[in-house]
Design a protein around this ligand. Structure first.
Ligand code: 5GP
Ligand code: ZN
Length: 114
């Protein structure tokens, strides 16, 4: 855990969130500023700063996250598809330095990213 990380604070219950899924490794909650009808953040329960910090030691969290995403998508009724995004670093416009995957769906999303 990192003391100055808002997602670690969410994991510790110090900041409230709308939880949609939790297990031993993964936590998922609704984004506070949704960009689509479904906008969920899926995060590891270990503080990994970004995709750039994924290693052989912590990549099992990423595998767990991607096992959970289809379950959340099904629970959210995203049978027509969805998008998973992770922003990394300055050029990727990452604002929270705790690895997170945006799960977006519920409408046709734009084809282009930028
Ligand atoms: P990033 O820009 O780092 O890829 O995404 C960070 C996301 O976290 C943003 O979509 C933002 O709306 C969301 N976010 C930031 N602070 C909070 C918070 O305190 N609670 C929740 N639920 N989402 C947050
Ligand atoms: Zn953190």
């Amino acid at each position: 855990m990192s003391n100055d990380c808002i997602f670690c604070m969410i994991l510790e219950g110090k900041i409230p969130s709308t939880k949609v899924y939790e297990d031993e490794f993964v936590f998922a909650f609704r984004d506070i500023h949704p960009m689509a009808p479904t906008h969920i953040l899926v995060i590891p329960k270990e503080h990994i700063a970004s995709a750039d910090e994924i290693t052989g030691k912590n990549s099992s969290y990423v595998a767990k996250i991607f096992e959970v995403i289809p379950k959340i998508a099904a629970a959210e009724g995203l049978a027509n598809g969805y998008r998973v995004i992770t922003n990394c670093g300055e050029d990727g416009c990452q604002s929270v330095k705790h690895l997170h995957f945006h799960l977006l769906g519920g409408r046709k999303l734009p084809e282009t990213l930028a």
